[in-house]
Design a protein around this ligand. Structure first.
Ligand code: GDD
Ligand code: MN
Length: 423
């Protein structure tokens, strides 16, 4: 008989990144004592991936324990998965086990990387609900209870989101916001069926029902594990809970340019293995009536553009320079289109997000997306005309069609955000 010390480390699972249907605890116990199938030793397992978080880990474990001890006493486990941090986070965490018996620690020496750390943790987990939270206190622990409730109420996946009511970031620089949104935009373009399902696909704070990912071969790269779960899991209903991303108090972020490249590679890999992606339950119902309204509004914009251009540029009126006149005309059309889209095409969404500040934000997003659309328009037109020798008017129609679709889809997903979540 082996006596296991409570302070001992969890063995690191090996082989492919796949979470089993049954809790690993059953596999080790004598079958005579095995619990009936369908029962789990604990109901909730929360993985905390760490790399150089020795200054944060104690505070985090303490807050999480008191929260969960009150909500589901004895019915949870916390699993720190540390990648052999130079600051010995694993050792610091291990020393906490006597005080927090629900805590387990895994030290990985052969593998590294945030996403795989999370999966290795889940492979060793016994709960039927699996979760992940950052180890640096940037994810407010309290939100966990709302996420748990959402799963209890039937969601397969509960995501803490910065981009819905109650969510946000503390004091991010403009550059960081743009990079984060740019990454989301890229995701929507490359992998719309996956990335558009939640408002914050970059979130690293979520809970998933074990059965929704059990037996699925996961193969993530880099940081964004949620995308892998959405792409390869069997995720039916999704709930989202707003949260504010806190500032880091101790230690530093591990994000470098490499994470952006990893992300791109991850998106492309999922995209091109889409035949095997089972996460996509059904094709997206294309919102035709919205699209038609958007088109009608777009047409009204053409008239505004024409009229303003005439008023500013025509020699019988103001006679301004062509470029200056055109820029003002295009901007007038964009504002006109925004007004009608906000009041008509997406009225159901804007009614839920009242207030002039929110409206201004939507206008700004709409404006930026339309400007990118304009750039796209010029590029496509040039490509079709110069490289493929398409007649310039036909090329223009084709470019307009592509850009209309772009404008519609990206605005639907970012400006008037309609996610397929249940909340
Ligand atoms: N085990 C392990 N291995 N943990 C890691 C690794 C690694 O290679 N790299 C980072 N971590 C841990 C950190 O210690 C921290 O607990 C957490 O993963 C997030 O890393 P940060 O470096 O703090 O990332 P962030 O602050 O930019 O957060 C962004 O990414 C997170 C993870 O996807 C945000 O988008 C968060 O919402 C998101 O949760
Ligand atoms: Mn962080």
């Amino acid at each position: 008989m082996t006596i296991s010390h409570p302070e001992s480390l969890l063995p690191v699972p090996s082989g492919c990144f796949q979470v089993s249907e049954a809790a690993p605890a059953f596999k080790r116990v004598d079958t005579r004592y095995a619990m009936p199938l369908g029962l789990y030793p604990v109901s909730f397992s929360l993985v905390i991936p760490t790399y150089n978080e020795s200054k944060n880990i104690e505070a985090l474990i303490s807050v999480l324990s008191s929260l969960l001890d009150a909500a589901i006493p004895g019915n949870y486990e916390l699993i720190v998965v540390d990648d052999d941090s130079p600051d010995h986070t694993w050792e610091v965490a291990q020393a906490l086990i006597p005080e927090y018996p629900q805590l387990k620690v895994m030290r990985r020496q052969q593998e590294q990387g945030l996403s795989t750390a999370v999966i290795r943790g889940w492979q060793a987990a016994n709960g039927h609900v699996l979760g992940v939270i950052d180890g640096d206190l940037q994810h407010p622990p309290k939100v966990l209870l709302q996420l748990l409730t959402a799963i209890e109420q039937g969601a397969d996946l509960a995501v803490a989101s910065r981009h819905i009511q109650g969510g946000g970031v503390s004091s991010w620089s403009f550059t960081r916001r743009v990079l984060s949104r740019g990454a989301q935009l890229l995701g929507i373009v490359i992998l719309p069926q996956v990335v558009s399902r939640v408002s914050d696909p970059m979130s690293g704070y979520f809970l998933v029902r074990r059965s929704a990912i059990a037996g699925r071969r996961l193969n993530p790269i880099g940081y964004k594990i949620l995308i892998e779960i959405l792409g390869r899991g069997d995720i039916g209903s999704i709930a989202e809970v707003g949260y504010v991303f806190q500032e880091r108090q101790e230690g530093e972020s591990k994000v470098t340019w490499k994470q952006y490249l990893d992300y791109l590679q991850h998106l492309l890999r999922l995209r091109f293995s889409s035949g095997r992606m089972r996460g996509i339950r059904q094709g997206i119902d294309f919102p035709w009536s919205r699209f038609i309204r958007f088109g009608v509004v777009g047409l009204s914009g053409v008239f505004v553009d024409m009229a303003v251009l005439y008023l500013l540029h025509d020699s019988s009126t103001l006679g301004w320079g062509l470029t200056r006149s055109k820029i003002i005309a295009a901007e007038a059309a964009i504002i006109n289109n925004f007004f009608w889209n906000d009041a008509w095409t997406f009225s159901d969404v804007s009614n839920q997000q009242r207030g002039w500040l929110k409206r201004l934000k939507r206008l700004l997003k709409f404006n930026i997306i339309c400007l990118i659309g304009l750039l796209l328009n010029v590029l496509i037109l040039n490509f079709l005309f110069n490289a493929l020798k398409v007649h310039y008017l036909l090329a223009n129609i084709m470019a307009i069609a592509v850009v209309t679709f772009w404008n519609f889809w990206i605005n639907l997903k970012l400006s008037w955000r309609v996610t397929e979540s249940d909340n």
